[in-house]
Design a protein around this ligand. Structure first.
Ligand code: ADP
Ligand code: MG
Length: 568
């Protein structure tokens, strides 16, 4: 280990870019801090080089009470990632200042969710490891050694030290972030025993700034306020009490006029499988983790799914107990999405009429009269929503403003009226002429009975030259060899670092030699991450800087969308 990192980098000045290789390794930069250059990029235009910084506990001086449980460490790491990203931007390190990406230092950039991340690793003793990416300075293809020495041996350690000094001078903001996360996750833990699938706190701000911004609406949003009959109250571990609307297990229908906030509520529920940062507006919107947004997704591939609960007697004579297609229709894709989610362990389905196939959802009396049941392959969701709950234990929260067909199926009907919920269950039942929710038709098979067995080796990249391991491509795609998995319909994947983590999870899964169900594959990955941390997905690489924990359901959804998926 060379004693003087700055001197070493300066000595490379003017040499060809490849000589940065000589600086790879761990270097003491004084004050107990170490900087590691884990790999040197090949040229200034290549992806930036992975760099780590290690700060021992006695230098970092983070508040011990924030780090004494797993949730505290997740939230504190998320907090430090944000603080470092902000400091890097404030100092201008987020901009290149030479050839290619020269001089830029990056850290993963979290959005509105607090997620388990690999960008900062904290252990229970308070030692800190920061994972960054640096564009090694160049002028043309020559090393700028003095600039590199300044950047990596001085400016970066200074910046990290000053961020940590600020935290130990005033640990209150970090503690608040940790407490908020612990409270939100505690509340999520309470939902099953409280008989709830979700909770929406009074005062929550649900609408977002725009279709491409996840920030809260600025322009006079109406705060959420529960209706009296659904109001629940929880005293959190921090001592704070929250009140709000509890959405019970069962079938919940959200109705209301157009533009009254139905989809906004459902979307908030979809995203609130994750904890949110202070000021987001959704801090006290809490949804059970095993909740799956289900939509139509025509064009997707489906491999060997039993969709016979919804689809039978297709004119093509295709076997819907083992249904495969490279190009699903609106209704078959929605049926497959739903059944795959249940197969993977979904406990709650979140469905919006806006993104559903109408013929999958309902069929009215006139249509039943015109087209006899034996000529219609689809048994609509309205005929299955109750048995999904009573036989499979799967709840549904459904937005349906355009049809009263679900009135007699719902345990609860919420009307959104100018962004405020009302309990209109009784009126809806009176209109439907029922006193309690009713099943329809013959008792169907259980949705959760069918479990496919996969040949996980199908995820090994195929074909001669292109055998690179699976990698994330932005938020919504994963590259496997020459194939791409399209994740754009999966609204609960919220961070491109989750996409990257799913790609890495697929690599682990592809090493499974024996046939396995989707459920067991995702449970194995979950158990590995639980016991060894998110770093496990990087398979022993020293620098897994850009991973964020995905939900098991979203890993399964990605597996299911792979066009090369093979059953065992
Ligand atoms: P719906 O699904 O009932 O037709 P949306 O949920 O799409 O209605 O909401 C319609 C519009 O109202 C959207 O532009 C949304 O941002 C806005 N909106 C939703 N909730 C609120 C609120 N609480 N305060 C202010 N505007 C809101
Ligand atoms: Mg809508």
């Amino acid at each position: 280990m060379p004693r003087n990192f700055a001197g070493l980098l300066r000595s490379l000045d003017g040499k060809p870019y490849g000589a940065y290789r000589d600086a790879v390794g761990a270097h003491d930069v004084g004050g107990g801090l170490a900087v590691s250059l884990d790999r040197a990029q090949r040229d200034p235009f290549a992806p930036p080089s992975p760099v780590r910084m290690n700060i021992p506990a006695e230098v970092a001086e983070l508040p011990a009470d924030a780090l004494n449980d797993q949730r505290g460490r997740i939230a504190a790491a998320d907090y430090l990632t944000r603080a470092l990203a902000d400091a890097l931007a404030a100092e201008g390190f987020d901009r290149a200042n030479g050839t290619g990406g020269s001089g830029r230092i990056e850290i993963d950039r979290p959005g509105q969710e607090i997620l388990e991340r690999s960008s900062v690793k904290l252990d229970a003793a308070g030692n800190v490891e920061i994972r960054l990416y640096a564009g090694l300075p160049a002028s043309g293809r020559r090393i700028r050694g003095r600039a590199a020495a300044e950047l990596l041996a001085e400016d970066l350690p200074d910046l990290v030290e000053s961020v940590l000094r600020e935290e130990s001078r005033d640990p209150a903001p970090l503690r608040a972030h940790v407490e908020l996360y612990r409270d939100q996750e505690w509340l999520r833990d309470q939902l099953p025993a409280s008989g709830l699938v979700a909770f929406v706190g009074d005062g929550a701000i649900l609408p977002r700034r725009s279709g491409n911004s996840d920030l809260p609406l600025e322009d006079s949003p109406i705060a959420f306020k529960s209706t009296e009959s659904l109001r629940r109250s929880f005293t959190l571990p921090s001592g704070k009490t929250v009140t709000g609307m509890g959405i019970p297990t069962g079938v919940t229908l959200i109705v209301g006029g157009g533009y009254h906030g139905k989809s906004t509520l459902l979307r908030a529920l979809e995203r609130s499988v994750y904890a949110h940062v202070a000021g987001d507006g959704r801090e006290w919107v809490i949804t059970r983790e095993e909740s799956a947004a289900i939509r139509a997704e025509d064009g997707r591939a489906v491999t060997g799914v039993d969709i016979s609960l919804f689809i039978n007697n297709l004119p093509s004579k295709a076997n819907t107990r083992n249904f495969s297609t490279p190009n699903a229709s609106g209704s078959t894709s929605q049926a497959a999405n739903l059944l795959e989610a249940v197969e993977a362990g979904a406990q709650t389905l979140l469905i919006d009429e806006d993104t559903s196939a109408t013929n999958f959802m309902i069929r009215d009396e006139r249509m039943r009269a015109l087209i006899p049941d034996n000529r219609e392959p689809i048994t609509p969701f309205v005929d299955r929503v109750r048995s999904l709950f009573t036989r499979d234990g799967v709840s549904t929260v459904l937005v349906a403003g355009g049809s009263g067909a679900f009135f007699e199926k719902a345990d609860l009907v919420i009307a959104m009226d100018a962004y405020r919920p009302l309990d209109v269950t009784d009126q809806a039942r009176t209109i439907a002429g029922v006193e309690a929710p009713s099943e329809s038709g013959s008792a169907p098979a259980k949705a959760s009975e069918h479990a496919r067995s996969l040949d996980a080796r199908c995820f090994q990249p195929r074909g001669g030259h292109n055998t690179k391991p699976p990698r994330g491509r932005g938020l919504s795609a994963i590259q496997i060899g020459k194939d791409t998995i399209d994740l754009s319909a999966l609204s609960q994947i919220v961070d491109s670092s989750q996409t990257e983590a799913i790609a890495r999870a697929i690599t682990l899964i592809s090493q499974r030699r024996e046939p396995a169900s989707v459920r067991s594959l995702i449970e194995e990955v979950t158990a590995l991450i639980d016991s060894e941390g998110i770093d496990r997905l990087a398979a022993g690489k020293k620098h897994p800087g850009n991973l964020a924990r995905p939900r098991a359901l979203d890993i399964a959804a990605a597996l299911n969308r792979y066009r090369g998926l093979r059953l065992a």
